[in-house]
Ligand binder design. Structure first.
Ligand SMILES: [Fe+2]
Length: 613
C-alpha cells in the first residue's frame, strides 16, 4: 500500500558509488533521517546504491518514494567521467591498464547514474545533481548554527575540485575558490596512508593516531620534493612521486626511493620510520589547512568557519585551526566524508532550488546531535532478546543509569546502545563502548580484548560540557568528537628520565595523566562534549558517574570491532557483545551481564572469533 503525505514536502539526498554510500531525508527542510548503507549491509564503507538507507529514511517518515518531491545526487557523474577520461588520455599509454580496470565499472555504474537511480528507487519525479564539493559545502554551512560563515571543504577528489573556499550567507552560499585535481591534500595524505601500510580511505585515522610517536624528520623532504605550497594554501603536487593518475597504487618507485624503501607491508610491525612519516605528513597537512583557513578568512572577512570533506575528519588539524587560525568559531559537519554529501545535496535543493528560507535557531545546529539513524523501542528489543535466548534484566531509567555508573566505576566495560544511531563515522553515545578513563589498564584492555586492534591508538573521552575546562585546555562545544585539545597541565604526570627514553609504542604504557585511558602520548585528547539537550540519557549517565567518582569523563569508543561498521540493530550489538570481552550490555532499558548468558555446548553462533582485516 502506498504511503503518501500531501501536507509536507520531502527531499531525498543520496551519495553512492564511490565510498560510504548514504541517504538523507528532509521534511519541509527539517532533517528527519540520515544513515550510511554500511550499517545495514555490515560492509564497511559500502559504496553500493544505498537501498537499505533509503528504505530506512522513508520508513522513518512513514512515507513511500511517491511522496518524495525531489531527489538529489551528491555529484555530477558526467563531470567526474570527463576528469577520469582526460586524466587517462593525458597520460596514455601509461594509464591504459588502470583505465581498462576502472573503465568498465564507470561505464556500467557511474555513467548511467540517472537511469540506475530511477530504477533502484522506482522513482520518476525530478532528479537533480550537485557538484561534489558543493554538496560538501552545503553540508558544512546549511545545517550549521551560523547565519554567515566562511566555508572550507577539503577531500581526495570529486569531479575536478579537491578543495574549495566559499562564503555562506543566510539560505545560500557561493564558492569563491577551488583547487583542482590532481593537486589534492586528501590524496597526499592517502599516499602516506598507503605507504605506511594502512588502508586508503579508512586508515587515514590511524596515520593521525600514529603521528605523535614520530619526529617530523621528513617535513623538509616533503616540501622540497612532493609539494609546492604557496602562501594562500594552494599547491602543486610533483606527480613524479605519485601513481594514482596512471597506476594501480598511490605512490611510485621514486617515492619509495625518496623515503628509503618500499611501502610497509600491511600487518607487519610498525617501525620508527612509519611513525616519523606519519608525523611529517600530519605537520604538512596542518600547515596546508591553516593557510587555506587564513585565505578563507581574508576572502570573506567573517569570524565563523564551517568545514566538511574527508580532511575535516582530521581532528588534530581542526584543533590547530581553532587554536591558531583566524576564526573565532568553528563548526564541522559530523558526517564530513562522502556520506555527508547526501545531507548536503538534500539541503542545497531545499534552500537553493526550492528557494526556502533557512532559520538557524538560537546558536544550535540542525543536526539533532547527529542522532538521525534507526532506533528500537523496548518492545522490539525485548522481542529480540527473547528470540536470542538472552538473559537480561529490565530496569527503570534512573536505576539503570545508577547501575551502569557503578559498573563503570568498578572498571567494567559496557556496551551502550541507546536511541537513534549516529550519522557519520563517530559514536557519540548511541552506539558506544564505554569505560573508566581513570583506569591505567583500560586502554590496553579495550584495544586488545574488545576492539582487536593496534594498541597505539588512543581512546576518546566524552565529558560533561560544563566540566570540559576542568580537564582540557579548551572551552568550546565539540559535540561530534572532531576537535583535539591538550589535557590540562595540572592533570599531567611528569615523566622520569627512564620513561622519556622509551621507544615508540612502549610510551603508551606510561600513564600520562590522571585520565590515562584517553590521554595520547603527546598529552592530547579527541574530545566529545555532551549536553543534556541533545543526548539526555548519555548525559545522565556521565552525571551519575561524576556523582559516584567525582570524574565527569568516560571513555567512549565506537560499538564495533576492527574492520566492522558500527552496530545498528540490537542483534548486531548482542553479537558484538558475545564475541568480545565486553562485560555488560545495555540495550534501551535492558541490562545484560556477560556471565549469565548461556551458550549451549558446541554452539558457536555468538562466540566465533572475529577475523582481523
Ligand atoms: Fe568528498
Amino acid at each position: 500500500m502506498a504511503r503518501s503525505d500531501t501536507t509536507h514536502r520531502y527531499v531525498l539526498g543520496i551519495s553512492a558509488y564511490y565510498h560510504d554510500s548514504a541517504a538523507c531525508l528532509l521534511r519541509d527542510g527539517e532533517i528527519v533521517a540520515a544513515a550510511q548503507e554500511e550499517r545495514f549491509t555490515r560492509k564497511k564503507g559500502d559504496a553500493a546504491f544505498p537501498d537499505h538507507a533509503v528504505q530506512y529514511c522513508l520508513d522513518a517518515a512513514g512515507i513511500d518514494i511517491h511522496a518524495v518531491h525531489l531527489v538529489g545526487f551528491y555529484d555530477k557523474p558526467l563531470l567526474k567521467f570527463e576528469r577520469i577520461l582526460e586524466t587517462y588520455l593525458g597520460i596514455a599509454p601509461r594509464g591504459f591498464r588502470s583505465f581498462m580496470l576502472a573503465g568498465p565499472l564507470w561505464m556500467k555504474e557511474k555513467l548511467h547514474v540517472d537511469r540506475q537511480l530511477r530504477r533502484e528507487l522506482s522513482y520518476d519525479g525530478p532528479l537533480l545533481y550537485s557538484e561534489h564539493h558543493e554538496a560538501h559545502a552545503a553540508s558544512a554551512f546549511l545545517p550549521s548554527p551560523f547565519d554567515r560563515a566562511a566555508i572550507l571543504t577539503i577531500d581526495g577528489v570529486g569531479e575536478w575540485a579537491t578543495a574549495s573556499i566559499g562564503r555562506g550567507d543566510g539560505s545560500d552560499f557561493e564558492v569563491l575558490q577551488e583547487l583542482h585535481w590532481p593537486d589534492s591534500l586528501g590524496l597526499l595524505y592517502s599516499a602516506f596512508t598507503y605507504y605506511t601500510g594502512f588502508k586508503v580511505n579508512s586508515g587515514e585515522y590511524k596515520v593521525m593516531g600514529l603521528a605523535p610517536y614520530g619526529e617530523p624528520k621528513y617535513v623538509d623532504t616533503i616540501y622540497r620534493e612532493l609539494i609546492d605550497l604557496r602562501d594562500d594554501g594552494s599547491f602543486r603536487l610533483n606527480q613524479t612521486y605519485f601513481n594514482y593518475l596512471g597506476g594501480l597504487t598511490m605512490t611510485s618507485g621514486a617515492f619509495d626511493e625518496l623515503f628509503g624503501g618500499p611501502p610497509r607491508v600491511p600487518e607487519t610491525p610498525l617501525t620508527q620510520r612509519e611513525m616519523d612519516l606519519a608525523r611529517s605528513v600530519q605537520v604538512v597537512c596542518e600547515e596546508v589547512m591553516l593557510r587555506m583557513a587564513r585565505t578563507a578568512h581574508r576572502l570573506t572577512g567573517l569570524d565563523n568557519l564551517c568545514l566538511a570533506g574527508g580532511v575535516a575528519l582530521n581532528c588534530v588539524g581542526n584543533g590547530r585551526l581553532l587554536r591558531e587560525g583566524p576564526f573565532t568559531r568553528l563548526w564541522i559537519q559530523p558526517a564530513a566524508g562522502d556520506a555527508g554529501g547526501a545531507l548536503g545535496v538534500a539541503q542545497l535543493l531545499w534552500h537553493r532550488h526550492l528557494g526556502q528560507a533557512r532559520k538557524p535557531c538560537c546558536g544550535q545546529d540542525a543536526m539533532k546531535g547527529s542522532f538521525l539513524g534507526p532506533e528500537f523501542d523496548d518492545a522490539a528489543i525485548e522481542r529480540f532478546l527473547e528470540s536470542a535466548g538472552a538473559s537480561y534484566t529490565r530496569l527503570d531509567r534512573d536505576e539503570l543509569t545508577d547501575r551502569v555508573a557503578a559498573l563503570l566505576a568498578n572498571e567494567h566495560v559496557v556496551g551502550w546502545f541507546d536511541g537513534r544511531m549516529e550519522f557519520g563515522p563517530r559514536a557519540l553515545g548511541a552506539r558506544s563502548i564505554l569505560g573508566d578513563p581513570r583506569s591505567p589498564r583500560m586502554q590496553a584492555q579495550m584495544n586488545l580484548k574488545i576492539k582487536f586492534r593496534e594498541g597505539f591508538r588512543p581512546f576518546a573521552p566524552s565529558v560533561l560540557r560544563e566540566r570540559m575546562s576542568d580537564y582540557f585546555d579548551m572551552d568550546v562545544d565539540s559535540p561530534y568528537m572532531l576537535l583535539v585539545a591538550a589535557v590540562r597541565e595540572d592533570r599531567r604526570c611528569p615523566l622520569t628520565a627512564e620513561q622519556q627514553a622509551l621507544w615508540g609504542i612502549e610510551k603508551l604504557n606510561v600513564p600520562r595523566s590522571d585520565l590515562p585511558a584517553v590521554t595520547h602520548v603527546d598529552y592530547s585528547a579527541r574530545i566529545q562534549t555532551v549536553r543534556r539537550q541533545t543526548n539526555p540519557h548519555y548525559y545522565d549517565l556521565l552525571k551519575a558517574f561524576e556523582r559516584r567518582t567525582g570524574c565527569a569523563v568516560l571513555v567512549n569508543t565506537s560499538f564495533n570491532v576492527r574492520g566492522e561498521p558500527i552496530v545498528c540493530t540490537p542483534a548486531d550489538a548482542y553479537r558484538c557483545f558475545m564475541r568480545t570481552n565486553i562485560d555488560y550490555l545495555v540495550l534501551g532499558t535492558f541490562l545484560l551481564d556477560k556471565r549469565t548468558q548461556s551458550v549451549a555446548p558446541g554452539e558457536d553462533k555468538w562466540q566465533r572469533e572475529y577475523v582481523l582485516d
